[in-house]
Each structure stands twice: as structure tokens, then as C-alpha cells.
Design a protein around this ligand. Sequence first.
Ligand SMILES: NC(=O)c1ccc[n+]([C@@H]2O[C@H](COP(=O)([O-])OP(=O)(O)OC[C@H]3O[C@@H](n4cnc5c(N)ncnc54)[C@H](O)[C@@H]3O)[C@@H](O)[C@H]2O)c1
Length: 437
Amino acid sequence: MLTTEGIANKTAVIGVVGMGYVGLPLALTYAEEGFKVIGYDIDEKKATAIKAGETYIKHISSDRIKDAVKKGLLECTADFERIPESDALLVCVPTPLDDHLQPDLSFITGTAAQIGPYLVNGQLIVLESSSFPGTTEEVMRPVLEEHSGLTAHKGFYLAYSPEREDPNNPRYNTKNIPKVVGANSEKSLELAVALYEAALDKAVPVSSAEAAEATKIFENAFRGVNIALVNEIKVILDAMGIDVWEVIRAASTKPFGFMPFYPGPGLGGHCIPIDPFYLTYKAREFEIPTRFIELAGEINTNMPRWVVDKVMNALNDQRKALNGSRVLIVGLAYKKNVDDMRESPSLRLIELLLEKGASVDYHDPYLPKMPATRRYKYDMASVELTPENISSYDTVLIATDHDNVDYALLVKHAQLVVDTRNATRDVKEGRDKIVKA
Ligand SMILES: NC(=O)c1ccc[n+]([C@@H]2O[C@H](COP(=O)([O-])OP(=O)(O)OC[C@H]3O[C@@H](n4cnc5c(N)ncnc54)[C@H](O)[C@@H]3O)[C@@H](O)[C@H]2O)c1
């Protein structure tokens, strides 16, 4: 049973359900604050790795896991019969889209059905997965109630608190990012706020689970729309022969009313390309169109195609056709310095280039072998960046600006470089070979 006293004296046991990119750092943060944490994951490999003190996420060190395990404060299990051992359950399971770009809530309902039978009086359940307003109360709650025989806010407590993890951000981490929390009863909110404030720097209470869910979706729609705007500006300025990167740098000197967003080869990651579709789906129930959000999606989705056209034109200038050319994509991850390639635009670029008859390889220091995704199953391994390898490609296409790539070496030996991230901005020699896209 979760009590404010148990939270204050750190005897409360914290369960984290779903030990992935969000769940693992959250579990570690609680363990590092002195709480005993049990991770629950259907993927038994995660339990094995944690027991061995090994990380399975690049930017989270094995030392943090080893330390927490050694102190007896962290363990992970696939045994859901152990749910009663936890006083609070923080649910961090995936919320992807299905093949028709509709929300796939099966992980949330699946988790609720799985933990429901083991729930005990007085436990707090907090959903952290990104989803549309109403998911906690309208989708998760009925499944929890059905399988537990308990009533929300009476038998068990229920809240929503969106994850705002920004993997590998040197300044902001799970602990110091303010945590928005909403619940539909006073007691659930009180417990959830106390629980987060015991381990994180700041909780931001809102009046309902729906308001907290809407906050997350709004934040991501904001990013999606602004990235679409800068991508559109890029296309316009490119046609005018103006460098968008120079313009963003100059505009950023305005001390008020401007916030820089950066263009790229398309949207990636598990949040920004996906979450706006969740809002669109829910808005349909109210017969409200989401024109702005859909337009942004359209512009961002079209970016890989625009980039491939730029590659085609750059090769054409060298009297070459894309059909039959060898292309080396640098960067598979959806953003710099991470090993996560979910929804990465690089995958779409590869698909489009192959469709045009190019032969494609990739280099990514964080992804030695390309993992299969639901949509893409390429059998590819990262090519080493040696002078011989680089010069053997008709063009190099920079899709992710990882810091540990030697861009000067790349430009020196490449026949042609198409740069979608301005990663070659500091390269002095060979600039005539660089085309920005
Ligand atoms: N990764 C991020 O940076 C980030 C940031 C903000 C929000 N989010 C959101 O957080 C949620 C989780 O994302 P993630 O990146 O951590 O996903 P992930 O795929 O890395 O991790 C999810 C984990 O849940 C486990 N799982 C699936 N079904 C389960 C079940 N029934 N019971 C127990 N475990 C189960 C999986 O095995 C996996 O380990 C998503 O809604 C995502 O949109 C992610």
C-alpha cells in the first residue's frame, strides 16, 4: 500500500513496468534516491542483463546498473505474480501506430490485463506512455478494474504523468526535467505528486489525467509543426540559393519571440512523428479537424523524397544517374549520438534510393548491424569509414550528425557529399564537393 509516510521514509517499493528507453532511467533514478525498485518486463533479456549489471541502452552506463543492483535497490523480472511487492507501478510501455497510422494501444491494455489480476488495495498506478487525452481513464482504467475487481481512486489509485525523456541530452535528464502529473481524484494526485517529488526535482500538478495527457501531445505537436515550418523554409530558401542554416543562426540572435528549430531529412524517433496522429485520432471523435498538425505531418513526411531529389540532381551535375550509383548513408539513428533508429528517416531514404536503382550502404558508429523494424528488414552492417571505402561511393549522404564521425576525412575522400544536417559546417577543404539538402 502506498502512503505519503512510505514515500517520505523511502520504504515504498517502486515498480516500473516496461524497462525500455523511458523505464530504465526512471528505475535508476529512484534506486539512486534510495528506493527499492522492481522492473517488470515481458522481455526476459532485460531481467538477465540487469542481473548481470549490463546496460542495453548505449547512453545509460553499466556502472549505474551495477551500482544499483549491488546495493540491492534494483532488480528486474518477467514474473508478474510479483506485482503485489510494489507499492506504486509506473507504466512505461510502447504506444506505436498500427499499419493504418492509427494509435495502437494494445501494449497499454495488454499491460493492464497482465497486472490487473495481481493488484492489491492501496497501490498507485501511473501511466507514463504518450497517448491522447482519455487514455488513462477511458482505456486503461476499465481493463484494470475488470481484471482486479477493484475500483480506481478507491481500491487502487490512478494517475497519468507524461515522460519527457530526451535521450543523451547533457543538460536535462529524468531527474531534473519537471514532471507534469494529473489525476482524477485528490488522493491519487496527492500520492503521485509526492512520489515524483521524492526522487525528481519538481512535479507540476494539473487538474486531471486528461490535462496531463493533453500537455504531452501539445508539446510534441508544437515540435512537429515547428520542424515542418523550418523544413518548408529550407525548401523555399534552397530554391532561392540562400543557406537556411545561416538564416537560422542569424534569426537566433533575436533575444525574444524566436526559438530555433533545425531542418533535416525527415522526422524520426518514437514521439514527434507518432504522437500528433494520436491527437488527430481523438479529435475525430469530436468532429474537429487537425489541419495544422496534418499539414506539418505532410511536409515532414515529404522530406526524404526532397532529399533524394537533391541527391539525384547533384549526381546529374556530375553526369551520373542515381540508378546504378553507390550511395553511402552516414547515420542511421534518428538523431545524433544515440543508438535508437525507431522511425528514423534514414530507413525511408534507403528505401527510396533502392527504389531508384541505387546500391546503398550505411555507416553508423552506434549501430554496427541494422536491427530489423516492423516495416524494414534490411540485412546490412555498418561500413567502416576508411579513405578507400569513402572514395568508392558515388556520393555520401549525411542523414545524422553524430559527433564522433570525422567529417573532414569524409569530405576529403568523398566524390560528393550531400549534407542534410549541416554536419560539415566546420570542414574547410573540399567544400565544392558539398551539397546541402
Ligand atoms: N524514448 C523516449 O525518449 C521517450 C520520450 C518520451 C516519451 N516516450 C514514450 O514512453 C513510452 C515508452 O517508450 P520507450 O521508448 O521506453 O519504449 P521501449 O520500446 O524502449 O520500451 C518499452 C518496454 O516495454 C516492454 N513491454 C512491452 N509490453 C509490456 C508489458 N505488457 N508488460 C511489461 N513490459 C512490456 C518492452 O519489452 C520494452 O522493454 C512510449 O509511449 C513513448 O512514446 C518515450
